[in-house]
Design a protein around this ligand. Sequence first.
Ligand code: UGA
Length: 463
Amino acid sequence: LPLCLRECLDGVVSGGSRSGPCPSAPHLHAPFFQIVDISVPRIAAWNSDELPIYEPGLDKVVKACRGKNLFFSTDLDQGIRDADIIFVAVNTPTKKVGLGAGRAADLTYWELAARRIALVAETPKVVVEKSTVPINTAEAISAVLHGAGKTRFDILSNPEFLAEGTAMTDLDNPDRVLIGGSMSESGQAAVAKLADVYAHWVPRERILTTNVWSSELSKLVANSFLAQRVSSINAVSAICEASGADVDEVARAVGMDSRIGPKFLKASVGFGGSCFQKDILNLVYLCQSMGLPDVAEYFHSVVTMNDRQKERFVSRIIHGLFNTVTGKRIALLGFAFKKDTGDTRESAAIEICRRLIEERASVCIYDPKVEANQIWMDLTAATRLDRTEVEKYVTLCDSAYEAAAGAHALAVATEWDEFKGLDYAKIQDGMVKPSFLFDGRNVLDHGALRKLGYIVYAIGKPL
Ligand code: UGA
C-alpha cells in the first residue's frame, strides 16, 4: 500500500488510488494503485527488474505488489479517469528564472497536471497535493480544476515526511500522517476517505487532520526545523574546531536533554538533498512576500550557514595540504547527499568538487551507488565547463582503493557504511606521504587512523 507515494516524487507523475475491483484481479476489493508518468523509459524501468531509483527495500515491495494492486503505466488519461483519489507527486523545484527566481517554488508541473486532470476527469475526484508546495497552492489548484473541469474536485494537502534511504520503514511506520482539507462537508468527506486509505496500516491516532494551510505550512516548517538543527550543530562544529571541544561530545551532552533530543545533531560537511534548501528558500520567499523580512532573514541564515560549512571543509583541505591543491590528487569518497541513496541533488560533494576543480586539483571520485552519468551532469552544471574540460580534473573510480591510489588526501563526503570497513593501512601504502584524511562525516576511527600515520582532520574535532 505505501508504494503509491514517495518513489514517484522525482518524475512528472501522478498516482491514482481506487477502491473497488482491481482491473487485473477483479476478486480484489482493496484499494489499488496506478502510477502514471509521461516518461516512457521511467515507466518501463518501473515495470522491469532494474528500478529507476535505489532505495533499500523498495524493489522487494514493488516486485511483491506489481501486477496485483500496483500498476505502472504511461496512460495518464486512463489513470485519471479510473481513480477516485489522485495523488499529484510532480517535481516542484526552485524557480530558475522570472519573479522569485532562486527562492520561489516552480509550480509549472503542478499546473500542467491539474489542467490535465480537469480536462479528462468525468467523475468527482479527490486530488491530493503530495509534492511539497507553497501555502495557498491548494486554492490556486482548486481555481484551475474548477475553472476548466466538468466535475467536482476536493483538494487535500497530504505532505510527505519520509526520508531517502529509510523511505520504506518511514512509510511503514510514520511518526504521523498529515491531511489538510477544507472544512466544507465534501472537504471533510474527502479527508475521511484519504484517512481510510492510510488507516490500512497507520494507527488512527497518528493520522492528523488540519485545515489545508496548516498542512501546507507544516511541511515547510518541518523541513526548515530539521535543516536548522543541522546548521546549528555545524555552526557549533566551527566553534569546536577553534576551541578544542569535540562536536560529537557536545551533541551528546546537549541531545540528552529530553526537550532537545538526540536526533539530527550529526555535524557534517553540510546538508544536501532535494528538499531542505528548496523548502527553506520557499519559506523565505513566502515570508518576504508576506512583508515579514526579519522572519525571512532568520530562516535564510540556515542556508547561509550550510554554504559556509561546505566552504570551510574545502578550506580545511587546501590549508591542510600546505595551502595549495593544484595538481594534487584527492580521493573523494562518496558523492550522494547521504548514505543509502544514489541521489545527488544538492549534495555537498558537488560543491566540494566544484571548488577543488577551481583550485586545479585532480579529483578521483568513488560512490557505491551514484551513476557515472549523474556525476558528469552535476559537475558540468556546477562548474559550467563542458565534459572534456571537467574530465581534465576528475576521474571516476570503481572502488575506494582505486580512487585512493597515489592520492595526497582522502576526503569523505558521504557516510557510506563501507567506508568504515576499508583497509586503511593498505590504502596508505599507496598514498603520497604525508597522507591526509578529511572526514566530512565523522564516521571513521580517527585514533586508529592517526596510529597508522594519517594526518586526520574531522568536522568539529580537536586536531
Ligand atoms: C528530508 C526530511 O528528513 C524528510 O522528513 C522529508 O520528507 C524529506 O526531506 C522531503 O521533504 O522529501 P531527506 O532529504 O531524504 O529527508 O534526508 P535527511 O535524512 O533529512 O537528510 C538531509 C541532509 O541532512 C543529508 O545531506 C544528511 O546527510 C544531512 N544531515 C542529516 C546531517 O548532516 N546531519 C544530521 O544529523 C542529519
